[in-house]
Design a protein around this ligand. Structure first.
Ligand code: GDP
Ligand code: MG
Length: 361
């Protein structure tokens, strides 16, 4: 849903504490390849975002600060695009086929996707631009057009509890995203309960519990290796009994030869629906931007099995190929609800096409 609860927590300090350690598991699947642990922090020069000693900022200053942070976190992609443009246009004054060909290559390598790139180049050719500045601005507006024509998240009917099931392969940022959403919901005045239905490892339960504490959310867990559907069932029952507004259900993303992940997730979904008809109200698929086109194949498989209602694309701060946002919007019919731009609690943003394109160029 277009998260009416998700307002930025203005009380969050902008400190840069490290997030949770990535869980690493070996997984048997070529189709749903796991993301690699990598250094996804922005470069040093871009990282000093702290303004703890500054006086309280005004609302306008806050808006600027909010956008500035997004821009800084998209540094890698912005730099790679602007370097690419400089190279293509160096010493050239007109747009010819060579320029368009090089532009096509630049867009494909930034993970915009082949078909989307071909569409973009066709649109640019049709616009008959002659000047380089004009070409950049046509490109910008055509990208915005793709992003805006993508289905937007619609506000779901308010029901209490509002149950959100969070799915995705291991390491993409499910647990972290749940922590961030929980904090936003709390900041907007909602009571939140988090369910540890990733029971595969005790460490995963603990990691989620730390996020629940940080976000000041209630927490329901069972023992390691317990039936995830039973955890989800208990969590939804507890949330109903306590009148909680939002339930966030974490799930495992490990693909095992013995356990069919999709069947397990379907079972959780059915079990929740038995407890609260109509639930889960949202199935949020988390994708890791650093995995590029692989994120798209994950999205297709999860969507086929579960009817995903929204996407969260994490780690955009850690890739020079942020064009994947355009690739996803061009290729999938599921709303991109959130983007993750860092490991901190405030580093999850509702996806705003205008802001994103502005921050990119
Ligand atoms: N830089 C960056 N790291 C992220 C982001 N989201 C998650 N992470 C990190 O990715 C790693 C895996 O996240 P986790 O939530 O445990 O993934 P899960 O296995 O899907 O639950 C952790 O180290 C997180 O801190 C993001 O938007 N940016
Ligand atoms: Mg997890």
């Amino acid at each position: 849903m277009a998260f009416k609860w998700l307002k930025r927590n203005k009380n969050q300090p902008e400190n840069e504490t490290s997030g949770e350690q990535q869980l690493t598991e070996n997984v048997d699947s070529e189709q749903l390849q796991q993301p690699q642990k990598q250094d996804v922090r922005p470069p040093e020069s871009d990282a000093d975002l702290s303004n703890d000693l500054e006086p309280e900022p005004s609302a306008a200053q806050e808006r600027i600060g909010y956008f500035k942070r997004l821009k800084k976190r998209l540094y890698r992609t912005r730099k790679s695009l602007s370097d690419g443009f400089d190279k293509i246009f160096a010493g050239k004054s007109k747009i010819d086929d060579d320029v368009l060909e090089e532009l096509e290559e630049l867009l494909i390598t930034s993970d915009i996707g082949v078909q989307t790139t071909i569409d973009l180049i066709q649109r640019i050719s049709k616009a008959k631009v002659t000047d380089i500045a004009e070409l950049k601005s046509v490109l910008q507006s055509e990208i915005l057009c793709i992003l805006k024509s993508h289905p937007q998240a619609t506000a779901a009917e308010k029901s209490t509890p509002h149950v959100i099931m969070v799915v995705g392969v291991n390491g993409v940022g499910k647990t972290t995203t749940i922590g961030k959403i929980a904090a936003s919901c709390k900041a907007a005045g909602n009571s939140v309960l988090i369910a540890a239905a990733d029971t595969f490892r005790a460490a995963a339960i603990e990691q989620l519990m730390i996020w629940a504490e940080r976000a000041d959310a209630e927490f329901v867990k069972h023992k390691e290796n317990a039936d995830p559907a039973a955890v989800a069932f208990d969590a939804v029952a507890a949330a109903t009994a306590r009148g909680c507004d939002v339930v966030l259900i974490d799930t495992a993303g490990r693909l095992h030869t013995k356990v069919n992940l999709m069947e397990e997730l379907k079972k959780i979904k059915r079990t929740i629906a038995k407890q609260v008809p109509g639930a889960p109200h949202e199935i949020l698929l988390v994708l890791d931007a650093t995995t590029g086109q692989n994120a798209l194949s994950q999205a297709r498989l999860f969507n086929e099995a579960l009817d995903v209602t929204g996407l969260a694309l994490t780690k955009l701060d850690g890739t020079a190929k942020g064009g994947i946002v355009v690739g996803i919007c061009g290729a999938l019919n599921v709303p991109l609800q959130y983007i993750g731009i860092g490991e901190n609690i405030e580093d999850l943003r509702p996806f705003d096409p205008e802001q994103f394109v502005e921050a990119l160029f």
